[in-house]
Design a protein around this ligand. Structure first.
Ligand SMILES: NC(=O)c1ccc[n+]([C@@H]2O[C@H](COP(=O)([O-])OP(=O)(O)OC[C@H]3O[C@@H](n4cnc5c(N)ncnc54)[C@H](OP(=O)(O)O)[C@@H]3O)[C@@H](O)[C@H]2O)c1
Length: 341
C-alpha cells in the first residue's frame, strides 16, 4: 500500500482504490495537510458482501466535528455515499443496483446487506437528489419544520446558514408548507442575491456586514415566529430577541463554533424566553429516519413537477473530495455540496 499527500499527484485508475484518511487533529480550520490519499488494490467481496463503486460523496459539517476525535487517525473515514454494485457474492445485493451507504471518502466499498439502503426508483429524479433534498439534508429541513417547529401556515421564518444545504431546503419546503415571510442570512452578497432571486426568500442579509441583531431587525422589523438555526452564536442571540410570543427556535447546528472552539458564549436576554413563552429545541436527524417515506411523498412529486428544486454545488472528481470539504467549511458552496465521480 502506498500513500501520497498531494491531491494533484493522486492516480485515479480503475484497478486502484483510493481512500482518504485523516492524519492529524486540527486546531481551528483544517487544511489538506490533515488528510492523505491512500492507494490500494480494488478490494474483492467476500461471501455475503458486495463491492460498490462509489458515484457520489457527501462532505458535511459534522465531519469537522468528527475530526476532533471520532475519526480514527490513519484509517478509513465515515461518510455518506451513493454507489453502484459492481461485483457481488450476496444474492440480496445484485450487480448494477445503486445503494446508499456510509463508507464514504473512498472510491470503493465492500458492504454487507445491513450496511446499505436501497434507493427507491423515482423515474426522472436525479441521483444526486438522494444525497441532497431527498437525503439527510432534506430530511433535516423537513423534520425541523414539521416536527420541531410544527410550522403553521402564514408563520414568518428566519433561517441562518440560509444558502447552505439545510438552509435552502428549509426555505423551499417552508414555502410549500405555506409559510409567511422568509428571511435568511448568508456569508456573501452573491449568496444573498441567490436567496432572493432563486430560493424564494423575501429578504436576506450578509451577516458579515454588521451586528446580526441590527441586520435582522432591519430585515424582519415586525419579528419572526420561527428561527431555524444552522449557525448558533450571534445569530441565536439576535433571533431570540426577534421572536414573537410562542416563537420556536429549531436548533439544527452550530457551524460558527466548529472551527473556533473558543468562541464566546451566546449572549441573549434569558427573560425573553420566559416572557415570550419561547421553545428552544435541538434535534438530530438520525432520530427521525421514520419520516423518510413521508419526505419522499412530499418532495418527489414536487421535484418532478418543478415546484421544488434541489440546490447543489457539484465538485467533479474523487481526488477533489478534501478540497470540497474545506471549501464547504469556508462557505464556498451554495446548497448541498457533493462530490461526483
Ligand atoms: N441536527 C442534525 O441532525 C443536522 C443534520 C445536518 C446538518 N446539521 C447542521 O446544520 C448546519 C448546516 O449544515 P449543511 O449540511 O446544510 O451545511 P452547509 O450549510 O451547506 O455548509 C456550511 C455553511 O456554513 C456556513 N458557515 C461556515 N462558517 C460559518 C460561520 N462562522 N458563521 C456562519 N455561517 C458559517 C457557510 O456559508 P456562509 O457562506 O453563509 O458562511 C457554509 O456554506 C451545520 O451546523 C450542520 O452541523 C445538523
Amino acid at each position: 500500500m502506498t500513500s501520497v499527500n498531494s491531491v494533484r499527484s493522486v492516480r485515479s485508475v480503475n484497478d486502484v482504490a483510493l481512500t482518504v484518511q485523516q492524519t492529524a487533529r486540527p486546531t481551528g480550520f483544517p487544511t489538506s495537510d490533515h488528510f492523505r490519499f491512500v492507494e490500494s488494490p480494488v478490494p474483492r467481496p467476500a461471501p455475503g458482501t458486495a463491492l460498490v463503486e462509489n458515484l457520489y460523496w457527501s462532505v458535511d459539517p459534522y465531519h469537522r466535528e468528527m475530526m476532533d476525535g471520532d475519526f480514527v487517525l490513519n484509517a478509513p473515514l465515515e461518510g455518506r455515499a451513493l454507489g453502484r454494485i459492481v461485483a457481488s457474492r450476496e444474492p440480496s445485493l445484485p450487480e448494477g443496483e445503486i445503494v446508499f451507504h456510509r463508507q464514504g471518502w473512498r472510491t470503493h466499498a465492500v458492504v454487507r446487506p445491513d450496511e446499505v439502503r436501497r434507493l427507491p426508483h423515482h423515474e426522472g429524479v436525479p441521483l444526486s437528489a438522494y444525497l441532497s433534498v431527498l437525503g439527510g439534508t432534506g430530511l433535516t429541513a423537513y423534520v425541523g419544520l414539521t416536527r420541531i417547529a410544527r410550522l403553521r401556515e402564514g408563520e414568518d421564518l428566519f433561517v441562518s446558514g440560509a444558502a447552505g444545504a439545510v438552509g435552502t431546503a428549509t426555505a423551499r419546503f417552508a414555502r410549500l408548507l405555506g409559510a409567511g415571510r422568509l428571511v435568511g442570512s448568508a456569508g456573501s452578497a452573491e449568496k444573498v442575491r441567490y436567496l432572493r432571486e432563486h430560493v424564494g426568500y423575501d429578504e436576506a442579509f450578509d451577516y458579515r456586514t454588521g451586528p446580526v441583531a441590527d441586520l435582522l431587525d432591519k430585515a424582519a422589523p415586525t419579528g419572526i415566529d420561527v428561527f431555524v438555526d444552522n449557525v448558533g452564536g450571534d445569530h441565536l442571540g439576535a433571533a431570540i430577541g426577534a421572536l414573537r410570543e410562542r416563537g420556536r427556535v429549531v436548533r439544527v447546528g452550530t457551524i460558527s463554533q466548529y472551527n473556533t472552539p473558543d468562541a464566546p458564549p451566546v449572549v441573549f436576554n434569558h427573560a425573553d424566553v420566559v416572557e415570550k413563552r419561547l421553545r428552544i429545541e435541538g434535534f438530530l436527524v438520525s432520530d427521525h429516519r421514520d419520516v423518510q417515506d413521508e419526505l419522499y411523498e412530499f418532495a418527489v412529486p414536487r421535484l418532478l413537477d418543478g415546484t421544488l428544486e434541489s440546490d447543489e454545488t457539484i465538485v467533479d472528481g474523487f481526488e477533489r473530495i478534501v478540497e470540497a470539504f474545506l471549501l464547504m467549511l469556508r462557505g464556498g458552496n451554495t446548497g448541498k455540496i457533493l462530490v461526483r465521480k
